[in-house]
Design a protein around this ligand. Sequence first.
Ligand code: GLU
Length: 334
Amino acid sequence: MGARTLAARFRCESIMRSPPQNPHDLSRHDLQDILSTIHAEVRERFDTQTGKVADYIPALASVPRDTFGMAVVTLDGDVYTVGEAHAPFSIQSISKVHTLTLALDKAGDDLWKRVGREPSGDPFNSLIQLEHESGIPRNPFINAGAIVVADVILSHYDDPEAAFLEFMRERAGNPDIGRDDEVWESERKSGYRNVALANFIRSFGNIENDVQAVLDFYYFQCALKMNCIDLARSLQFLADRGRCPSSGEQVTSIERARRTNAVMMTCGTYDAAGEFAFHVGLPAKSGVGGGIVAVVPHVLNLCVWSPALDDKGNSQLGAYALHRFTRMTGLSVF
Ligand code: GLU
């Protein structure tokens, strides 16, 4: 994309009517330079970062902590990368955006009768609100909400895993995407909280299918391995009004794309979504595998990966990298 085109497109088509405060003119060269600068800054922070890998899932405990990858994919299909952007990692909760898209496609807006869309203010695997709110999870991006979304998918597909895998491969344009068996087994054996959440929701009548089958699908979606480029590509439709920019396919409606971005902004980064909006200002979804995907509406998608997590469960250096990216490019929805 030409030197002024990215910023110009942002100015003309931003969902905010006014331009960003200081929109930089970005060329290919600038974008690659920005990523290289961020990579160098992140490497300097490896020794002092306080983050920890997600060892509550035993198979994730052995992932090397000081790793970083980042990919930017523009709506024109240009790809910029640094570090381990080609290395597959466990996508974990990032998959909750994709399952929400599939479930909305099948269940329509009735889905919102079974899952809310308010930030929870509690940890992603908390049971507390469910009791007060009669088994209706606060939003689709905490575990409880994603388990209800998984149940909706089970009710609508004969082979939900095959349908989900096909969707992910198509969206990412990568037929090699698959499940990490070790992570899947590991979560199946150690997912005590998810078992509790699912049974608790079932007791309120908000799960229709066999609880173990719902959990198996939920572990499947979390255990897919994808790299930063795959993940950035897989959500391009959210930057392009629900449409896949390379195939032209309308993946979801304009309105649903806008609303999914809204839920990502308010609920996508655990109970740090306020801080994230403050420092990054983009719809984003993180996972405990250390990935974070973000959307710059009408311009590009990006994904960062660094496995060490802060105390809220977001990739510590990934969040830093996104903050630096938006500062250096001037790209933000605000
Ligand atoms: N599979 C993880 C869990 O259920 C997902 C957590 C996450 O990435 O937020 O705990």
